[in-house]
Design a binder for this molecule. Structure first.
Ligand code: 5GP
Length: 204
């Protein structure tokens, strides 16, 4: 029996740079996981290609996919639907390949329910660690601004709870390196390896 691939989920707060990190990862030759192309009702941006960047759908088509259980997860984000077609994910994992999703946080929580064995990576803004300096240097920023930043930061930190790893997006190439290191480490986990060795012994 072939070992199933890993389901890797990269998510994080809006504006953190998930798309940029994902594009950088998939432009590197040594990235050996498969990108799951999402379906969306948003209009293509200049240069985006149907079936490469997204599967662009009408609202009716998307709602049919929801009804027919064709999506692993879906969410409405800034007035548009986004979702992960389930067939591709299932097929690719069963071929033993790792699948990579880059999705917003509501969708990631749904994947966590359906696939608790997935690898959940939270991309965090570097401003979270800069926050302390900003607070220390209080004199330079208004109290309202600091309070607002604190509130946003607290919400972002609370979101981390559902994830296995946190990668700070300080520099895109550093974030990519850490994500690849996490995937490599995950493949070396004792529980995954031991199961494979035990199966090998069963055959002999
Ligand atoms: P954009 O419109 O900028 O391409 O994407 C907007 C947001 O939708 C980003 O945060 C992106 O991660 C998220 N997104 C893209 N595909 C999916 C998906 O299949 N499911 C969910 N839940 N979010 C997605």
């Amino acid at each position: 029996m072939r070992e199933r691939g890993l389901l890797i989920v990269l998510s994080g707060p809006s504006g953190v740079g998930k798309g940029t990190v994902r594009k950088a990862l998939f432009s590197q030759e040594d990235t050996n996981f498969e990108y799951s192309i999402s379906a969306t009702t948003r209009k293509p941006r200049e240069g985006e290609v149907n079936g490469v960047d997204y599967f662009f759908k009408s609202r009716e088509e998307f709602e049919t996919m929801i009804k027919e259980n064709k999506l692993l997860e879906w969410a409405e984000y800034v007035g548009n639907y986004y979702g992960t077609p389930i067939d591709y994910v299932e097929k690719t994992l069963s071929e033993g390949k790792d699948v990579f999703l880059e999705i917003e946080v509501q969708g990631a929580l749904q994947v966590k329910n359906a696939f608790p064995e997935g690898l959940f990576i939270f991309l965090a803004p570097p401003s979270l660690s800069e926050l302390k300096n900003r607070i220390v240097n209080r004199g330079t920023e208004s109290e309202d601004l600091i309070n607002n930043r604190m509130k946003v930061a607290k919400e972002e930190i609370d979101m981390m709870d559902a994830y296995d790893y946190v990668v700070e997006n300080d520099k895109v190439e550093h974030a990519c390196d850490r994500i690849k290191a996490i995937v490599t480490a995950e493949h070396c986990r004792r529980d995954r390896i031991a199961a494979r060795y035990k199966r090998m012994l069963e055959v002999e």
